[in-house]
Design a protein around this ligand. Structure first.
Ligand code: RNT
Ligand code: ZN
Length: 418
C-alpha cells in the first residue's frame, strides 16, 4: 500500500478518535454491508429474453454510448470489471428478462434452471443475487396495466410471472446461502385522470394476495413491493402508490421498497426510514437520483445520499435494510456508472459512520442546536476521504480516481470492440 495512503489514514484516524470514533471498528462494520448492484445499468434495461421488445413501463433510457452488453457473458464480464473497482463483496440484482437460456420461454413459465448460469457465476464470484419479475417491455403490458389489468387473463399471466419469480428468488437464496430479495414493481397507471381510482387498486391488492399466497422460507426469499408517484404515460395516476404499498406491506409483512426517485421533488426517502422502521421488519432501498421527469440518474454524493447514509447508521437500520441501486444512464460508460454510483453509496455509509453521533445526539437533547449545527458543518470537511482511500487500498481496489484508467482500458480493449 502507498505510504501516503497509510500516513494520511493514521492522521485522520487520530482526528476521529478525538471524538470517540473508532475508525477500525467502523471499517469492519462497513465491510459487512452488501450493496445490490442492478444488472440493468449494463445494457439499458434490455435483457435477453425479449430482446426485440422496446423498453416500456414508463421508464426510459437515454444516450447511445457505445459498448452496451448484448449477451449474458458480456454483462457478467462488465459486472466483474465493475466489482473489481468497488471495495467489498456485494450482490447482483437481476430482472426476469435477464434469463440466460437458449429456450424460448414465456415470463409466466420461467424456472430456476433458466438462471442456473447466473447462480454458478455468483457462487464462483462470491456474490449474492436479488431478483425482480419484469412486468414491462412485453406484449401483455403494452396498454400500461399488468397485475391490476381489468382483463382476468392478462392479470393471471402477470400473477403467474410474479409467482414464478418468487420461486427463482428462493432458489437463489437457497443455492447461495444468502437471502434473495424479490421485488415486485408494476408500471400500472393512467396518463390522464381516471374516473375510478379504487377498482384498479382493489385488483392489484387481490392479485398480490395470489402472488404471495405460497409461503416461502424467509431465509431464502423475502418479498418486496415498490411504489411510484408517476411514470411516462402514467402521469395522472399510478395504481401502486406509496400509500397503497405502505398499507399492503405493513399488513402483509412485506418489505417496502423506497426508490429515491419515486416521490414528489421535495419529498425524500431519508425522512421515511425512521418511520417505516417502527412498523416493518425490513426495508428495501432503490438508491437512485431523480432529476425532473427522470427518477434514475447515476447516484452522486448529493445531500440526499449523505442523509440516507446518516439515517441508516444513526437509526441502527443497517441490519433491517437491503440496499439496492436503481439507475440507468446510456450517455456515459456503463461500467463507470456502476462504479461511481456504488462507490458513492458505500462512501455515504462510511461518512455516516464517521459522524460524532453521540455528541450530536447529546447536543440535540440538551437543546443546544448551535453545537448541533456547528459540529455537523465542521465534520463535512473532516478527512473521511483519507479513511476511504485506506479502505479501498486495504480491500485491494483502486484508490481515488485511479479506477477510471482501468475503465478506459477496458473500454478500449473490450467495450469498443463489441
Ligand atoms: C421503475 C422502478 C423499477 C425499475 C427497475 C428496472 O420506476 O424504479 O425499480 O427501475 O425494476
Ligand atoms: Zn426502482
Amino acid at each position: 500500500m502507498q505510504q501516503k495512503v497509510i500516513s494520511n489514514y493514521e492522521a485522520a484516524k487520530e482526528l476521529y478518535a478525538q471524538h470517540g470514533i473508532d475508525v477500525e471498528e467502523v471499517l469492519s462494520r462497513l465491510e459487512k454491508i452488501k450493496i445490490s448492484m442492478h444488472c440493468w445499468q449494463g445494457d439499458d434495461v434490455r435483457g435477453f429474453l425479449n430482446k426485440d421488445q422496446d423498453l416500456t413501463g414508463g421508464i426510459s433510457v437515454t444516450g447511445n454510448y457505445p459498448g452496451a452488453a448484448t449477451t449474458p457473458e458480456q454483462l457478467r464480464a462488465d459486472l466483474e470489471k465493475a466489482f473489481s473497482l468497488i471495495p467489498g463483496k456485494h450482490k447482483v440484482n437481476l430482472h426476469a428478462i435477464y434469463a440466460d437460456t437458449d429456450e424460448k420461454v414465456e415470463l409466466d413459465q420461467i424456472e430456476p434452471k433458466h438462471f442456473q448460469k447466473w447462480v454458478d457465476w455468483s457462487k464462483e464470484q462470491g456474490l449474492g443475487l436479488d431478483f425482480n419479475p419484469t412486468c414491462f417491455s412485453h406484449e401483455k403490458s403494452k396498454d400500461g396495466f399488468t397485475l391490476s389489468h381489468s382483463d382476468p387473463e392478462i392479470r393471471q399471466f402477470w400473477i403467474d410471472h410474479c409467482k414464478a419469480s418468487r420461486k427463482i428468488g428462493a432458489y437463489f437464496g437457497e443455492q447461495l446461502g444468502q437471502t434473495c430479495v424479490t421485488n415486485v414493481w408494476v408500471p400500472d397507471g393512467y396518463k390522464d385522470v381516471p374516473v375510478d381510482r379504487l377498482a384498479p387498486r382493489q385488483r392489484l391488492k387481490d392479485a398480490l394476495d395470489e402472488v404471495f399466497a405460497e409461503e416461502l422460507n424467509p431465509a431464502h426469499n423475502l418479498d418486496a413491493i415498490e411504489s411510484k408517484l408517476f411514470g411516462l404515460g402514467s402521469e395522472a395516476y399510478v395504481v401502486g402508490s406509496h400509500e397503497f404499498y405502505m398499507g399492503y406491506g405493513i399488513q402483509n409483512n412485506k418489505l417496502i421498497c423506497l426508490d429515491a426517485g419515486h416521490f414528489h421533488p421535495t419529498e425524500v426517502i431519508s425522512n421515511k426510514l425512521s418511520s417505516l422502521s417502527l412498523f416493518t421488519d425490513g426495508i428495501l432501498l432503490h438508491v437512485s437520483r431523480p432529476m425532473r421527469w427522470d427518477s434514475d440518474h447515476v447516484v452522486t454524493m448529493d445531500d440526499e445520499l449523505i442523509e440516507i447514509g446518516r439515517e441508516l447508521v444513526r437509526g441502527d437500520l443497517l441490519d433491517k435494510t437491503h440496499i439496492g441501486l436503481d439507475f440507468f444512464d446510456a450517455s456515459i460508460n456503463r461500467v463507470a456508472a456502476w462504479v461511481i454510483g456504488t462507490r458513492n453509496t458505500i462512501k455515504a455509509l462510511l461518512r455516516g459512520m464517521l459522524d460524532p453521533i453521540e455528541a450530536l445526539k447529546k447536543a440535540e437533547l440538551e437543546g443546544d442546536y448551535t453545537t448541533r449545527l456547528a459540529l455537523t458543518e465542521e465534520f463535512k470537511s473532516y478527512p473521511f476521504g483519507a479513511i476511504w482511500d485506506f479502505y479501498c487500498a486495504k480491500l485491494g481496489v483502486p484508490v481515488r480516481e485511479e479506477w477510471l484508467a482501468d475503465v478506459k482500458t477496458y473500454e478500449n480493449e473490450v467495450l469498443l470492440k463489441r
